[in-house]
Design a protein around this ligand. Structure first.
Ligand SMILES: NC(=S)c1ccno1
Length: 241
């Protein structure tokens, strides 16, 4: 199954980077198909206008609904289809999580709508909700200049989970937030040399004792998660001794 990814933006060149490294390899292998579109291609005036002043007043400009609607018609179609996932990255979106990435990794089509200015006329989102499966998501509590960088981050988080993408799928099982880690943060990682600038690899990792190594890693995951992400912990994890 090939996952088709579409990006609607007034800066489609942001997505040229998807030809690089693993994502480029996934495209070559037919796992994903990438299409970036310039929203201005669906304008009809000399200035290729995509924005206008906000109704009700206020600073900045709002993206007009017409170009989005015409782009949807051409890129996605005019019939409802819940298998099409339409993503609007936005500071007012729901937190984007690893579980959301996992769910989206089985999608056949994902369309990213990258807003600029103060945002997109809300009717565009309402229309999309009436037609497809819509996700208004945020990467964090901060504001970017547009949705493009967020779309790239979400793309990487999703595509790397597509079956056949990662050379060694087992490496996914031990990552932060993975089910194999009970949703905990990943433990610290080390490799050779054993001693580096006066800093040594923890002895337990060199012991060859798999049980002790597994316990050390679990304890470190619990410790890090309790310290850095108490919101992810619950009474089951407890406080590491
Ligand atoms: N925080 C996110 S995802 C965002 C999108 C646009 N601006 O901020």
């Amino acid at each position: 199954m090939t996952m088709r990814l579409d990006y609607l933006s007034i800066f489609p060149a942001y997505f040229d980077v998807l030809d690089i490294s693993l994502l480029g390899k996934a495209a070559v292998n037919g796992l994903v198909e990438v299409h970036a579109h310039d929203l201005r291609d669906w304008t009809h005036d000399r200035h290729r206008t995509v924005d206008d002043t906000p109704c009700g007043g206020g600073a900045g400009m709002v993206m007009k609904p017409d170009p989005w609607g015409e782009a949807f018609d051409e890129i996605i179609g005019t019939e409802p289809d819940s298998s099409v996932h339409v993503i609007f990255p936005s500071p007012s979106g729901a937190p984007f999580t690893q579980s959301a990435a996992q769910e989206l990794s089985s999608a056949v089509r994902i369309v990213f709508c990258c807003g600029r200015y103060e945002g997109i006329d809300h009717r565009v989102i309402d229309y999309a909700r009436s037609m497809w499966t819509v996700h208004e998501v945020s990467l964090g509590d901060y504001v970017l200049n547009g949705g493009e960088v967020a779309a790239l981050a979400i793309t990487e988080a999703v595509v790397r989970l597509v079956p056949g993408f990662m050379g060694n799928p087992e490496s996914l099982a031990e990552e932060s937030f993975s089910a194999g880690q009970d949703g905990l943060l990943e433990y610290p990682l080390f490799t050779r040399p054993v001693s580096w600038r006066g800093l040594d690899v923890p002895e337990v990792l060199m012991s060859g004792h798999h049980g002790r190594i597994a316990k050390w890693r679990r304890d470190e995951s619990v410790r890090l998660t309790c310290e850095r992400r108490p919101d992810l912990t619950d009474s089951d994890f407890g406080v590491p001794h």
